[in-house]
Design a protein around this ligand. Structure first.
Ligand SMILES: Cc1cc2nc3c(=O)[nH]c(=O)nc-3n(C[C@H](O)[C@H](O)[C@H](O)COP(=O)(O)OP(=O)(O)OC[C@H]3O[C@@H](n4cnc5c(N)ncnc54)[C@H](O)[C@@H]3O)c2cc1C
Length: 513
């Protein structure tokens, strides 16, 4: 795809300049442009480009449906389930019918009893292993199709913010762009965080992990290796995202080739390690990965014929956070604001939550010209909450990795805190589709537990149109292509473990961190 179709004149003034045309930037640009906001979408790279973060969860899909319906961008709805991704976007993605967790103890054969699988029933929908280079390029095209001004292959090198007036961006092509507001969707390199010194040093995250990851060919489905054949799980491990868990870290296996219609033989593989127990060694990532496989021969069986087809990426500590994510004339989206760990696949979900919360605020600001910081303040509260909730979950998980019963208990906590918010947002969407009242979603933001949607939102009388109270509706420009999305699927199903945790399982061992 030629991603530099036309060059916007650099003297123009935009309502919103978005840095980064990835999942966050491109989706927000589509939402805004669809609703007549004048948007500049600028990226240092060109599509298609590699991006990590491939595994969706039911919450991701539920919020995707909300964004599509609420802002009347039906093309976004195609991202909310495996079938529509496959048919409408790309045949390169994998399907995710389960979350599989296999517990390993170094020096011991893998015990089939120490496994957990959460099945997403096909009747309720299928999650996706997104091949991000294709799905991000698709979103970029959608944004440009609705009128966002694209500028790719252009790096933002300098940012000046004058609170009373707006924002000036300077690029490596020596151009200047002016906007009333800047959204930084630039990922962990966040130009706004760098320019304004927003990074929290040191980060408040308690999790301490680093990662090495790549795409591979020739990864054997775990169901076909000796240890995997005897697990007796409800659905094949290969039909979902597989997590190998062990004391000190975890390994993800995200196949794109796990269905008959796939055109993609790749598999995303990533090793995440506690950086204190496993400091970065003085050898190549491939050698480090091979060394890891020697410690876990049952896992190694899966990689006997595997080969990395792109250079490994090896990170330093993954965690970073920001003191503020919203300020005068700017907002950072989730991945620019902070990151914890890929465990539980919450990154894209947080990204979509922020896009959803920013969308209506930016549309209203562009209509009434009021860009005051207070208007966006709740987005910061939400983002900081999302970060802290995820850090609590992941930190607890790393502590528990040393003992299966404790790990199994933490997994149940994750299960509980994942299901309830999913059901809440799915019910909110159903209510919205019945009433058309945008207040349903605004109520969700009001919560005393930032990072979780308000639980009572769907039972609140405000969610239902009362006699005499007109529904609060969006009034975007009518779109001839718009269609009503189908009602979202009700949720996911069961967590299976072959072993129940003992009563002592939730007591941390004396050596817990
Ligand atoms: C190791 C790892 C594994 C992950 N796994 C998962 C997962 O399984 N599931 C999940 O939901 N999430 C996962 N995530 C999180 C997920 O990757 C992010 O939530 C998601 O990619 C965020 O998208 P984004 O558009 O904000 O950022 P990105 O996709 O990083 O896009 C940022 C864009 O900004 C551009 N940019 C940067 N600087 C500049 C500049 N100065 N000027 C112009 N452009 C610039 C870049 O070129 C890039 O295109 C993972 C993250 C990591 C690090």
């Amino acid at each position: 795809m030629n991603s530099t179709p036309s060059r916007p004149p650099s003297g123009d003034h935009y309502d919103v300049a978005i840095l980064g045309a990835g999942l966050a930037g491109a989706m927000l640009a589509a939402v805004l442009a669809r609703n007549s906001v004048k948007v500049l979408l600028i990226d240092a790279a060109t599509h298609p480009r590699f991006a990590v973060g491939e595994s969706t969860i039911p919450y991701t899909s539920a919020v995707t449906k909300i964004v599509a319906a609420r802002y009347q961008v039906p093309e976004i709805d195609a991202l909310s389930g495996f079938r529509t991704v496959h048919e409408k976007i790309t045949p390169m993605c994998g399907r995710k019918q389960n979350f599989g967790f296999i517990y390993h103890r170094e020096g011991h054969p893998q015990d089939p009893a120490l496994t957990n699988q959460m099945v997403i029933s096909e009747r309720q929908g299928t999650e996706t292993h997104l091949f991000r280079q294709d799905t991000d390029a698709y979103l970029y095209r959608v944004a440009v199709g609705y009128g966002a001004e694209p500028r790719t292959g252009t790096r933002v090198t300098d940012i000046k913010i004058v609170p009373e007036r707006g924002v000036m961006l300077r690029t490596d092509t020596d151009e200047e762009f002016h906007a009333s507001y800047v959204v930084d969707a630039g990922g962990f390199r966040s130009p706004v965080a760098a320019a304004l010194g927003l990074r929290e040093e040191p980060t408040r995250a308690r999790t301490r992990s680093r990662a090495l990851f790549t795409h591979m060919v020739g990864v054997t489905p775990y169901d076909q290796v000796p240890a995997g054949r005897s697990n007796g799980q409800p659905v094949p491990w290969h039909h979902g995202t597989l997590h190998h868990v062990f004391d000190g870290g975890w390994l993800w296996v995200i196949p794109f080739d796990n269905h008959d219609e796939s055109r993609n033989g790749l598999c995303s593989v990533g090793l995440t390690l506690d950086e204190r127990a496993h400091p970065r060694p003085d050898r190549s990532p491939q050698e480090e990965f091979d060394g890891f496989l020697r410690r876990f021969p049952d896992i190694a069986e899966q990689f006997t014929h595997a080969k990395a087809i792109r250079p490994w990426v090896r990170t330093g500590r993954l965690q970073y956070s920001s003191t503020r994510t919203v300020g005068d004339r700017y907002c950072l989206t989730a991945h620019a604001a902070g990151f914890v760990d890929a465990l539980y696949s919450r990154g894209m979900t947080s990204t979509l939550e922020v896009v959803n919360a920013l969308g209506w605020r930016l549309i209203e600001a562009s209509r009434d010209g009021d860009w005051s910081t207070e208007r966006f303040a709740d987005v910061d509260t939400m983002q900081q909450g999302l970060f802290d909730v995820h850090d609590d979950l992941v930190y607890s998980s790393f502590v528990s990795f040393r003992d299966y019963d404790l790990w199994s208990a933490v997994l149940r906590v994750w299960h509980a805190v994942s299901i309830l918010p999913t059901v809440v947002v799915q019910r909110a969407l159903r209510s919205y589709l019945q009433t058309g009242d945008d207040q349903v979603f605004r109520d969700l933001e009001v919560t005393d537990t930032p990072g979780f949607p308000r639980r009572s939102a769907t039972t609140s009388p405000r969610c239902w149109p009362s006699p005499g109270r007109p529904a609060r509706r969006w009034s975007p420009v009518p779109c001839p292509r718009a269609r009503r999305p189908s009602v979202c699927s009700p949720g996911w199903t069961r967590l299976r473990s072959s072993r129940r945790p003992s009563s002592s399982a939730i007591r941390p061992t004396s050596s817990s961190r």
